[in-house]
Design a protein around this ligand. Structure first.
Ligand code: GLN
Length: 260
């Protein structure tokens, strides 16, 4: 068990703006997983309109609609508390809108391209085609040592990784970054960005522990059998729906051939 003389400070950034699809729950998951191991935690919900503390150990940013996303980005640019925290060794989990905001540029509601916080080398532009919505399954980059990940995506922006960003993983089902290289999310130091909602840490406890160990060191294992059941159910669902779609498609072709 790691020794710490102070509580781990987990900061949920602007849950009132960036909290779609339960993303606010990511902070709770991190807090519970520390508490279950006997570690003290301070869970801070930093609402918009108030300064985000720069003294956190882990920051969670969730998804949001374009206008809310821009408001959060504008507030975070003032004084750059996240940048300060990252320089001091904090970890960050950023989902969807939060992920885009950490990058160099992102599309805003008014059609403008806005400057992001520039904490990770990614660039997001507005996608021209159909909005990626649905289950997302990802094989993580091998160096991360994680099992296959699952989440839910719903975004209009498409993201390209620059040379200083590594992908979180490769897309098995869904769209992910959508930049044409099959990548999903990004990892830069202790910053983890992803398009997986869920909340992603409830669905993927191994990712939660990777983020935690990057800050507090090695942790004892927990019984994650219930989350594992959910993960399998999600993976099977995606697998099943693909098979169903294909069989429906084949059936249509067959019936057309028969009737033709
Ligand atoms: N507004 C962003 C987009 O559409 C992020 C969406 C989200 O966070 N779900 O790309």
């Amino acid at each position: 068990m790691p020794e710490r003389d102070s509580a781990v400070r987990v900061v949920v950034v602007h849950p009132d703006l960036l909290g779609t699809y339960g993303d606010g729950g990511n902070g709770l998951i991190l807090a519970r997983r520390l508490q279950w191991r006997g570690l003290a935690v301070e869970l801070i919900e930093a609402m918009s309109g108030t300064p985000v503390p720069a003294s956190g150990d882990i920051y969670c940013l969730g998804g949001g609609e374009d206008a809310a996303q821009h408001r959060a980005a504008a507030e975070l640019a003032e004084g750059n508390p996240l940048g300060q925290a990252v320089d001091n060794g904090a970890a960050v989990l950023a989902v969807c809108a939060g992920f885009q905001v950490l990058g160099r540029r992102y599309p805003s509601a008014d059609g403008q391209v806005r400057d992001g916080l520039g904490l990770i080398d990614i660039d997001t532009r507005k996608g021209g085609g159909r909005r990626p919505v649905g289950e997302l399954v990802v094989t993580p980059s091998p160096a991360l040592g994680l099992p296959q990940l699952t989440g839910y995506e719903n975004h209009g922006g498409l993201t390209t990784l620059g040379p200083d960003a590594q992908p979180l993983g490769r897309v098995d089902a869904g769209v992910g970054n959508g930049g044409g290289d099959g990548s999903e999310g990004a990892v830069v130091g202790r910053i983890f960005g992803t398009y997986m909602h869920g909340p992603v840490l409830a669905r993927n406890p191994a990712l939660a522990d990777l983020i935690l160990t990057s800050v507090v060191g090695e942790l004892e294992a927990l019984d994650d059998s219930e989350a594992e059941l959910l993960r399998r159910e999600r993976l099977e669902k995606v697998g099943t729906s693909r098979v169903t779609d294909r069989s429906r498609w084949t059936a249509r072709l067959t019936s057309r051939r028969v009737s033709g």
